[in-house]
Unconditional design. Structure first.
Length: 663
């Protein structure tokens, strides 16, 4: 699936010389991100995408039909035991229905259109076992918010999660979709639930809904045949699923095993401005944190059950006069169901501001964004600084019921319907780790250098003492769907939401750099950051903007996999060096901690360091301001990554494949 980013993918598809879609039934277009934008330019882009779909026989869902991830579940593209990918980071959501959902990036999408093929590194497996049952008033959103806050040391980074345990049976499909959706924020590549009785019963109900939506009762004696059955959610497919259901072996091995007791959980709130920070709702409620805006929307929590939960809280009340409450359904089908139940009218009557089915404020587009100094609480999936509006706003994440209660009361608050006597104590939920919480990387031997690949990367070293530096910090969402933005402009806005001085700092440093005089050496600024660098969305510009600014290589403690994928696909080299990050943290980070900036308050540390990286030898040598040097051992860059780099990235590689293999 591609959405508004289909436009750039079409350009990539054409630029690699492709003339046909390898398999049109493998491709789905859904327009969902910038649906409030009625400008001539955006409408023209949408029309171009639709026309391309018609020409090539691709399934197309127009703006207003809903968010792509919700559509893929509603329409059965994401189906148990399938592999379904999207050029969007929240593809993990499909794991809620037992489908392996994982993100790809724009260049991957073009490659899939042209060849039906792309690449993956097989991830490690982590087992997350749920015990017990949620107390009344505690939801799936509370589960994943608490998990992100409790296991916040990269325990599941770039792993495939399998959810197991007797507690799973007590979670509805909507709750599973919410949890799987935000395994992205937790750092995982995949989060898959079992196809159990709950899932099978849900599909039976879906089948009946589709029959009511599609079939009409013919007149008595009429010979008109009924309409055809749904192509993906139908009786034959559900029967086959029951007959040949897949389960993990009893003796399956996992890199680690996390255990979480659902019965010990109270409602949780994430933030401000970080999914790694989570607190019990009672603790925040005592602080009476005043809010300006509340949001019930996104692929995470805008299904009919979420709208019903919010309506139950709001019924008989009005939205606080100091709060704007924005609501958008996950899809037109969701809105239709909410209208039939009366929940939609409850929200309208209370004063909610309605938005079309789509992403909108969640991605920082359209009406209702947070302004400087404002505080918002949202049922979305990300509260990164600047994502939902101004970088100096504060954003919290919570369940639909808590968001609705806060919109009514004017501060972060629990619903009146919540019976505190039925909740466990508001301390930390009970969890444990069995086995290793993370996998250690074994360093390979020296790699051969392919002809034309630089043996050495060298240049001044900049340090951003920050873990989880996300894609919104690297490349703000407000620029993501400006498809005609140049690489030069990308370089001007790089790191804007993290450090406004960053782009100019790079320009000043590059003016003093010598020109490349040896093809074996690639000069540029060497950027070093903390752990989970590039976490967040699938936006390709997070990688291309850094490269355009003059950063040919990034060193980090670890990388978010989707950023690393974008980097590899676009010829930006990534190297992990936890030892270097630790040394720089002690020497230059404030209080020896990443996340508080440098010792003198600077967000980007520029202290006259330089680095020389022999990427195929696996040696990284840093020269410190006093002239001393230290060499660190790092993972060498392998032949496959070198080959993509030499081709100018995956686009060039696919062009080469098309020319040689005649796809």
């Amino acid at each position: 699936m591609t959405h508004d980013n289909t436009g750039p993918v079409i350009s990539k598809f054409k630029s690699i010389g492709a003339t046909r879609i390898h398999n049109p039934k493998q491709v789905v277009f859904t327009l969902d991100h910038d649906v409030q934008n009625k400008s001539e330019k955006n409408l023209k882009k949408y029309a171009t995408i639709e026309a391309f779909a018609r020409i090539y026989g691709i399934d197309f869902y127009p703006a207003g039909r809903g968010i792509g991830h919700q559509i893929l579940v509603e329409e059965g593209y994401a189906f148990p035991h399938a592999l379904t990918v999207a050029s969007d980071s929240h593809s993990n959501m499909y794991g809620g229905v037992g489908c392996v959902g994982t993100p790809i990036v724009r260049t991957d999408a073009a490659a899939l259109w042209a060849t039906g093929q792309t690449w993956w590194q097989v991830p490690r497996m982590v087992r997350v076992e749920f015990k017990g049952k949620l107390a009344p008033g505690v939801s799936g959103k509370d589960v994943i918010v608490a998990l992100c806050g409790s296991f916040n040391k990269d325990e599941v980074l770039n792993a495939a999660i399998e959810f197991t345990g007797e507690g799973v049976q007590h979670l509805s499909i909507d709750e599973r979709l919410t949890i799987a959706n935000m395994t992205t924020e937790w750092g995982a590549l995949v989060g898959v639930f079992p196809v159990d009785a709950v899932a099978l019963d849900w599909y039976e109900r879906m089948l009946k809904k589709l029959e009511l939506r599609t079939f009409s009762t013919p007149a008595l004696g009429s010979s008109i045949p009924p309409p055809p059955e749904h192509p993906r959610i139908n009786r034959a497919r559900l029967d086959a699923l029951r007959t040949a259901n897949l389960r993990s072996d009893a003796d399956a091995e996992y890199s680690s095993h996390l255990v979480f007791d659902l019965s010990t959980l109270v409602p949780y709130v994430s933030g401000p401005n970080s999914v790694k920070i989570a607190n019990p709702l009672p603790k925040l409620e005592e602080a009476k944190i005043k809010i300006n805006k509340a949001y019930l929307l996104s692929c995470t929590n805008a299904r009919a059950s979420d709208i019903a939960a919010a309506a139950a809280v709001i019924k008989g009340h009005k939205i606080n006069s100091d709060v704007q409450f924005f609501v958008a359904p996950a899809s037109s089908e969701v809105q239709r169901e909410a209208e039939q139940s009366g929940d939609w009218e409850t929200l309208i009557g209370a004063g909610a501001k309605l938005l079309p089915a789509g992403c909108g404020p969640c991605i920082g587009l359209g009406t209702g964004l947070l302004e400087e100094g404002e505080v918002g609480i949202s049922a979305t999936n990300r509260n990164y600084k600047g994502r939902m509006g101004h970088p100096l706003a504060q954003a919290y994440l919570a369940s639909p019921a808590v968001v609705a209660a806060s919109a009514v009361k004017g501060y972060i608050a629990s619903p009146d319907l919540l019976d505190a006597s039925k909740l466990p104590p508001a301390g930390a939920p009970t969890f444990s780790i069995v086995g290793s919480p993370s996998s250690e990387t074994k360093l390979s031997q020296k790699e051969a250098v392919l002809a034309g690949f630089p043996e050495t990367f060298a240049g001044p070293l900049l340090f951003t003492p920050q873990d989880n530096l996300n894609t919104d910090g690297i490349y703000p969402g407000k620029y993501t769907y400006q498809d005609d933005i140049t690489l030069e402009r990308q370089a001007e806005v790089v790191m804007e939401n993290y450090d406004l001085t960053f782009a100019q700092l790079i320009v000043d440093i590059r003016k003093r750099q010598p020109a490349d005089d040896d093809a074996r050496i690639r000069r540029g600024v060497v950027l070093v950051s903390g752990y989970n660098f590039g976490t967040g969305s699938s936006r390709e510009q997070a990688a291309t903007a850094l490269k355009a600014a003059g950063i040919p290589i990034v060193v980090a403690g670890s990388f978010g996999d989707i950023f690393k994928r974008n980097a590899i696909n676009n010829g930006l080299v990534c190297v992990e060096s936890p030892e270097l990050v630790a040394d720089l943290t002690v020497e230059y980070a404030r209080d020896g901690k990443r996340g508080a900036g440098g010792k003198d308050g600077e967000l980007t540390v520029n202290r006259g360091l330089s680095a020389v990286i022999k990427v195929v030898d696996g040696a990284l040598t840093v020269t410190f301001p006093d002239g001393k040097t230290k060499t660190y051992t790092v993972q060498p860059v392998g032949a496959s990554v070198q080959e993509l780099w030499l081709c100018g990235g995956l686009e060039g590689y696919v062009l080469k494949a098309i020319q040689s293999e005649n796809f």
